[in-house]
Write a protein that binds this ligand. Structure first.
Ligand SMILES: Cc1cc2nc3c(=O)[nH]c(=O)nc-3n(C[C@H](O)[C@H](O)[C@H](O)COP(=O)(O)OP(=O)(O)OC[C@H]3O[C@@H](n4cnc5c(N)ncnc54)[C@H](O)[C@@H]3O)c2cc1C
Length: 380
């Protein structure tokens, strides 16, 4: 019996979900075919980045060890013929030979390919896209500098920047000079309901955080132990600590250009999560690297049934016929819970604004860290 190799690129919310479910349910249900799952990622640790703002600012409350978890042991029940993890980055894909080239100078062949490479920021604080060592080093550096810092700037008024400012407000308030530059006209500008961002700003102001709009940090450099920031209004600002939370972009530089949309996300059928490129079969895209995603975890969690149904169908050798079952229906209304420190927050679910106490209970108190072990085990 010839072996069918499924290569999964990425090992985070999307990649771990796919590998676990392939091995647990989908592959055992197709006994006539031998399969092997090969997972490729630059880190063998899963980073529960949803909790990053607290890990970065308040490690006494939430240490990195709780948010950065070795996932290899969750695959220890499978033999080397069933599952292999390769610690490397994908550097290119050759669709003609069905080969993925890797950063360790090797390559891996695929019969089916699942791209789950997510997104990355300019700096190493928010993801494992460059491996876990740069992430650990960046966090260690921040932890050393923060207690001594007198002036702190956060760049980016999305959820990551707003939450980080809230953590700083909780811990230091007006004892330090802390400024959040939203980069746009208001906080949480991606939401249709603008009242949510305004609410977050009021809460930050009460904590003692300064909020500045319509100014971007265009470049920054370290000089004499300080951070020199170039602002889009022409000013230069020198501070003790700069935390950049801007520029979350798809990690897809290894994907053929013809497979990408104008935002460098992989062209994906939004209902089945198959690659949406004429003439290419056996390639799937799941999570924030995909064109169907707006970057939220909802597009991973709620699309899970669709990707698993597609893989089950295609791996069993069925033709990709029009689908009626487990089609992904994207939620288009606002969905976001944003802690502003540990005791309050702002939020919106299915377009409805959620009161602060509900955000506190659902997320602010511990950033949902209990879910990290569920993701690692493939049970999210
Ligand atoms: C600070 C922060 C807070 C967030 N909070 C929320 C929230 O509250 N609610 C919400 O809905 N969403 C939130 N998000 C977004 C959420 O984290 C993403 O939706 C989620 O991480 C997407 O999962 P993913 O598996 O698609 O990609 P990622 O989590 O980005 O994982 C990508 C994986 O691919 C690997 N990889 C990258 N490049 C390569 C390569 N070239 N080769 C091989 N492997 C590669 C990475 O190492 C990683 O394993 C937050 C994001 C951040 C940064």
């Amino acid at each position: 019996m010839s072996e069918h190799q499924i290569v999964v690129i990425g090992a985070s919310f999307a990649g771990l979900t796919v590998s676990h479910n392939l091995l647990k349910d989908i592959i055992p249900a197709i006994p006539k075919q031998k399969f092997k799952v090969v997972q490729v990622a630059p880190s063998d640790q899963f980073y529960f980045k949803i909790a990053a703002p607290r890990v970065l600012i308040n490690p006494q409350s939430l240490p990195l060890e709780k948010a950065l978890i070795d996932f290899k042991k969750t695959f220890s029940g499978y033999s080397a013929e069933q599952y292999q993890f390769i610690k490397a980055s994908a550097t290119s894909i050759d669709p003609a030979t069905k080969t993925v080239k890797l950063s360790n100078e090797s390559s891996v062949k695929y019969d089916s390919l699942v791209i789950c490479s997510g997104t990355y920021f300019d700096n190493d604080l928010w993801s494992t896209a460059r491996g876990e060592e740069p992430l650990k080093a960046a966090i260690k550096d921040l932890h050393e500098k923060l207690p001594k810092a007198e002036t702190i700037v956060i760049g980016g008024g999305g959820a990551a920047g707003t939450e980080t400012a809230g953590e700083l407000g909780d811990l230091y308030g007006s004892k330090k000079d802390i400024t959040l530059y939203s980069g746009t006209s208001q906080l949480l500008n991606n939401l249709n309901n603008k009242a949510v961002g305004k609410d977050a700003e009021q809460r930050l102001l009460k904590q003692g955080i300064k909020v500045q709009h319509n100014i971007q940090i265009t470049s920054h450099r370290s000089e004499g132990g300080k951070e020199v920031l170039q602002l889009s209004n022409g000013e230069t600002k020198t501070v003790d600590v700069y935390i950049g939370a801007v520029g979350d972009r798809p990690s897809t530089s290894f994907v053929p250009k013809e497979w990408l949309d104008d935002k460098n996300r992989v062209l994906t059928d939004p209902q089945t999560l198959r690659l949406s490129v004429d003439g290419v079969r056996g390639v799937y895209v799941y999570g924030t690297a995909a064109s169907y995603s707006n970057g939220s975890i909802a597009d991973v969690m709620f699309a899970k049934k669709a990707i698993l149904e597609t893989l089950k169908n295609d791996l069993a050798g069925n033709e990709p016929a029009p689908r009626t079952k487990n089609v992904y229906k994207k939620i288009t209304s606002d969905m976001q819970f944003v802690p502003v420190g540990s005791t309050q927050g702002v939020g919106i679910a299915f377009g409805w604004k959620v009161p602060s106490f509900m955000v506190k209970m659902a997320k602010s108190k511990d950033f949902m860290i209990g879910n990290a072990s569920k993701v690692v085990a493939g049970n999210s």
